[in-house]
Design a binder for this molecule. Sequence first.
Ligand code: ATP
Length: 513
Amino acid sequence: MAQEDVFKKLVSHCKEYGFVFPSSEIYDGLGAVYDYGQNGVELKNNIKQYWWQSMVLLHENIVGIDSAIFMHPTIWKASGHVDAFNDPLIDNRDSKKRYRADVLIEDQIAKYDDKINKEVAKAAKKYGDAFNEEEFRSTNARVLEHQAKRDALHERYTKAMNAGPDLDELRQIILDEEIVCPISGTKNWTEVRQFNLMFSTEMGSTADGAMKVYLRPETAQGIFVNYLNVQKTGRMKIPFGIAQIGKAFRNEIVARQFIFRMREFEQMEMEFFVRPGTEMEWFRKWKENRMKWHVALGMGEDNYRFHDHEKLAHYANAATDIEFRFPFGFKELEGIHSRTDFDLGNHQNLSGRKLQYFDPETGESYVPYCVETSIGVDRMFLAVLSHSYREETLENGEKRTVLSLPAPLAPVKAAVLPLIKKDGLPEFAQKVMDELKYDFNCQYDEKDSIGKRYRRQDAIGTPFCITVDHDSLSDGCVTVRDRDTMQQQRVPVAGLRAMLDGKVNLNNLLRKL
Ligand code: ATP
């Protein structure tokens, strides 16, 4: 199945099985805003818990906070978001649709790449085993022509983005490349304008006295402005970290790809404060640590890669993304930045409060440097779901859709199913529920055939189905079916808890770190 089709199916699967609903759906939805349903919220909570515990439980020198979404507006001046958190936008006059100028150009670059790849694929098919891709790419006239156009465009685009960006030049590129609006098909473009991504609102009762405040576009600033509070009250010694999970808001111009880019989303951020001069060492350690966290989930090392930034933001002296292989290609899942003393330094300047640390080891006071790890909960959710979703044809020809979620993240850990609705089986099954429900999120289901019930659980990624049959009443055993292998084994009810615990407990993941 083509990756695009997989993605479409995944989106409808999310809705059909209570993972993700479009927000305000009965009013036709709200762009790039989504709600999590009964299964989605469980998966999301498990992801958050895995992250939180890996940070706060496993590191004695990392503590958590939960800061407010509203903050003093000067914070966003100090962080640079008021002046520089912009995207270049362009409108098509005919369709009245708005686009990100940089995205239109990047899509055009991708089109050249597609053309090249198609030529390569065609030739590979034609020449079979004798095909030498490297030679073909470096000699085929059509490939060379596309490559030259692509490289020239890429160079021009990078130069324009690095120059501010140069808005006139971005528009000129769009015109020269004859990029058309996908809706109207015309080249009737407006000027390119800068658009600030922060949502704002007013705080206070009267229009006169009201203060303009922003919905935070990242959670990190809540950590920076509490740096001193936490350091002092927690008697934290550098190096130490502060972790936070919370909502962030960005008025994204082009919101696409489901929950990959939302206007209201959730971040898991950790700011690690270090002695200036040691930040590169910590940057490397955190890169390694975070990759390990991802790989421990067992979704395949090949599906992750680092993308080191060549062009650094003004506040960073090193930056990398952990990219994941989404159905639409490798894309950023998490960012790791060495942010120097930019944030604390600016808050110190604008607030007039000293945000320094007295280092008892060196006898010096300094504004600490900071290494940040920042990952979107929703993007992580999409990574896990898209990797886990599959359609299988079974030996008997039947089809099943299964979510092979990492067991500790699954919304429901076990389903308890009496084979039939009588003969004391439901009562026995309820006892099994009572045995398990304090430790695991379990679901009881007695409706429909056992096959249908298995399918329903496969579709929401339940790792184990526990079936109670007539023999259970006499031998005290139940049949446990494994979601992935579909193999079944008889297990005494008394041994169920330990068996499940060994597979679905989050600790099993944490111990791998
Ligand atoms: P992108 O380049 O994809 O816009 P970014 O570089 O602006 O992302 P950061 O500011 O580094 O992202 O934010 C850290 C993380 O927060 C990202 O790696 C991503 O997982 C998540 N994130 C950022 N913007 C969004 C969004 N609009 N919707 C969902 N998650 C987001």
